[in-house]
Design a protein around this ligand. Sequence first.
Ligand SMILES: Cc1cc2nc3c(=O)[nH]c(=O)nc-3n(C[C@H](O)[C@H](O)[C@H](O)COP(=O)(O)OP(=O)(O)OC[C@H]3O[C@@H](n4cnc5c(N)ncnc54)[C@H](O)[C@@H]3O)c2cc1C
Length: 502
Amino acid sequence: MTFGNYLPALVAALLVSAHLISASSNASTLSSCLSSANLQPVSSSSIDYVADSLAFNRRFSYSPADIVFPTSTHEVASAVKCASHAGVKVAARSGGHSYAANGVGGQNGSLVVDLRHLNSTNVTASDKTAVFGTGIRLGDLALALFNGGQQAMAHGTCPYVGTGGHLGCGGFGFPSRLWGLALDAVIKAQVVLANGSIVNASNTENKDLFFAIRGAAPSFGIVTSLTVKTHSAPPTNILFNYAFSAPNSTIAAKTFLAFQKFGANNAPSQLGINVQLANGSFAFGGVYYGPQSQFENVIQPLLDAVPQPPINSSVKAYDWVGVLQQLGDDDGILNTNTKPDISDTFYAKSLMVAEDKPLTEAALLSFFEYLYSDGTTTDTSWFTLADLWGGPDSAINAVSSTKTAFSRRSALYTFQFYASSMNKSPPYPTDGISFVDGMVNSITTKMSGTEFAMYGCYIDPQLSAAEAHKVYYGNSTTKRLQAIKSRLDPHNTFDFPQAVGR
Ligand SMILES: Cc1cc2nc3c(=O)[nH]c(=O)nc-3n(C[C@H](O)[C@H](O)[C@H](O)COP(=O)(O)OP(=O)(O)OC[C@H]3O[C@@H](n4cnc5c(N)ncnc54)[C@H](O)[C@@H]3O)c2cc1C
């Protein structure tokens, strides 16, 4: 064998070691810059590194270059400057609930900027606004808004989800048909850009950035504080649940069809409602933001339309905090300092059913046949939700599709398909991904001419960047975002597997 035979392997080995040397020298440049800025980085040699690198979704584990816990926007800016200088990618972490573990980078080697100390709130009930740091989580924000003059806004139900990630991608909750997505409440943001500058974004300042951070924030900067419009919390909130036996797929499909028709034609915007499916269960649940006497008239057309009456029902009135406690957590905790967060090991996908392309009966039948067969034998613990987003007077769809990077403004309802390992810990069952894919395919293959959008807060990590951009943003919003990205973050400092700019 001659030297020439070894040459390709030698070149490859040199390239790999050059890459490793450069990655490790970037990491040490980063660590020393962060230390000089008094940011006390947690790096791989630190005792806390493993615990601080854990993702909510334990299906993923990534090794960040460093993790910092800044206490001010200026410290966030210093951290971003250090990373930009060292050529290290940056990920913000708010509540750490990204489905793809993007809060720890979604890949190895990122600088994680954990925002937990940026958690102050200032509520001005008299002009219905609030300003908060994006390290605060949803449960704590809801309490602060309510305690600051009985104010409220629309957002998701899980108290431990972070505001930074949630308002950066969408933020759906039962009040969203009444008040819009959480990101629709934003009137101003403070953002740290890739070059470390601190800027404001609103309808009058840095308008492109303001557009981008409402739907695609993780690709554009670190939002350190948000100013939102609030609402007076409704005094009466009716929490309801109707369970059905749905003994076979035909009756299940017809029950679902009744929801679909009711949602499109009869559901007032004060009604938040979904279909909740799991192995052996089928229910309608939600909240009516108004008095019980009104609710009974509102829900009756749906109950009249189902093929078989519910086998169980529960309808109860709560105040605002009471209904959030019921929705949020098994033990009703909204204050996330009370106990540590839990974790899960899961794969999820979504599908947005457009108002002008509701599911056909054949697609629904195919879906329920799948759930009633594969759904009973899978090694996962699964659920599916179909949340009503559109229908009469929906505030979500009243927003123009070009106003925010969250451009999906014509969904009638949004499915989430979610399957965990049985004990919520690794390893993830080998059939998990194909089982969830199968749920989606059972619908889409019956409607092959329909292009379905997907919800960018329920990230599907199996999608390539191009696929993700298409289903989350659509082609024209993606082009607009790419142009903004190349101007504001030309070196892709804010980067993860599905980032704009990939
Ligand atoms: C248990 C659970 C329940 C959920 N319920 C709902 C629900 O009811 N409704 C709904 O709409 N969604 C829901 N979601 C989805 C949730 O909205 C998203 O996963 C959201 O991105 C999580 O935000 P986070 O801050 O907790 O996550 P993180 O992992 O901290 O962040 C998510 C992404 O946002 C980026 N990011 C975080 N903070 C900032 C910031 N300040 N500036 C810029 N980028 C930032 C991160 O880098 C990452 O890319 C739920 C998720 C889970 C796990």
